[in-house]
Design a protein around this ligand. Structure first.
Ligand code: SF4
Ligand code: SF4
Length: 331
């Protein structure tokens, strides 16, 4: 069954970057230390900030991110605290290195998903994008997690370098015991926003020609597949998640964004000061959310106008959906 996943308006999603450092140097890394600092949050701060968001909803979901979050020696204690605070689901995004023996310090009742990043079905392609040895380490990490009873999902960031290997992921996903597969569009943040990496982004026609079919095939294995909607037909409703959903992207320097496309800019609408969450002065990302333009997402028009096209009357051929709007196929 294919469906567009509407924004979860009654839940709170907390994307918590507890540090920004990482052992890898992926070509398309979206982390921007100039904007988000290089500090490692102490456990007491992580706990205090998690508490703020847990109070917003009894259905809050938390995703621990980095950099590589398992480099944080107290990640396991943060997970236990998130559980104690009543978070509805807890996910750890990882490149597969699983530092600090994280699998032995948490258990499958604590962590809903370990979400691994792999960007190729072959060692050659993945390691060209993510670094030598990262393919073998990620595969080993997935096997170790699955054999320990943890649920594992996989994130595949599509680029010109790996779009041709999506079909080859089908047997690999089955073999690894993955039950959720996330296809991501190559971001326009961090390193990918820089001109030298623009050549990796796939064209609109390649995206539309490959992704939906590949997603169907993978879903045929019984794996739930999620991918960004990207384009909206004229009859489809455009909504900005910044206005209708509660997503919070937290960075270790205290910035809190509502929109991931704003993360390369000092446009955050909130920040932590002395462990209190406060609104920042305008102008900030909130002012952008309120702009209603025929092209759909305002941030897309600002940072990647090349993916828009217009008819002879000057009207856009389609709207660009919010980057947080997803299609989901499950069997
Ligand atoms: S694993 Fe993630 S944080 Fe680390 S370099 Fe790659 S994209 Fe960046
Ligand atoms: S990606 Fe665009 S539509 Fe989505 S929250 Fe950001 S500005 Fe709004």
């Amino acid at each position: 069954m294919k469906k567009t996943v509407s924004f979860s308006k009654n839940s709170v999603n907390v994307f918590f970057h507890i540090l920004t450092n990482c052992n890898l140097k992926c070509l398309h890394c979206y982390i921007n230390p100039e904007q988000h600092g290089e500090n490692i949050l102490p456990l007491t701060t992580i706990e205090a900030w998690m508490d703020v968001f847990a109070r917003k909803s009894d259905k809050a979901n938390i995703i621990f991110l980095g950099g590589e979050p398992t480099l944080h020696k107290d990640l396991w204690l943060a997970v236990k605290k998130a559980k104690e605070l009543g978070y509805n689901s807890i996910t750890i995004d990882t490149n597969g290195y699983l530092f600090n023996n994280i699998l032995s310090k948490v258990n499958p009742n604590d962590v809903d998903y370990f979400s691994f990043s792999l960007d190729g079905a072959t060692r050659q392609t993945n390691d060209m994008l993510r670094g030598k040895g990262s393919y073998d380490q990620c595969i080993a990490g997935i096997r170790e997690a699955v054999s320990g009873g943890f649920a594992a999902s996989l994130i595949y960031t599509v680029s010109k370098a790996n779009i041709h290997e999506l079909d080859m992921m089908v047997p690999l996903l089955k073999d690894l015991g993955i039950d959720r597969f996330f296809i991501q569009v190559l971001g326009i943040r961090g390193k990918s926003a820089k001109s030298s990496d623009k050549g990796l982004r796939v064209s609109i026609s390649d995206w539309l020609g490959v992704i939906p079919d590949a997603a169907e095939k993978i879903a045929g294995l019984g794996i739930t597949v999620t991918y960004p909607k990207v384009f909206l037909r004229p009859e489809e409703l455009f909504e900005c998640a910044g206005l209708v959903a509660e997503n919070y992207f937290i960075f270790p320097n205290g910035r809190v964004y509502r929109c991931p496309l704003c993360e390369d800019f000092p446009l955050h609408s909130m920040e932590f000061k002395n462990n209190n969450l406060i609104y920042t002065d305008r102008i900030n990302e909130s002012d952008l959310f309120e702009l209603n333009i025929p092209e759909g997402c305002v941030m897309n028009k600002i940072i990647q106008p090349a993916n828009l096209s217009f008819n002879s009357n000057g009207s856009p051929d389609y709207k660009i959906a919010c980057c947080l709007l997803k299609e989901e196929i499950s069997r």
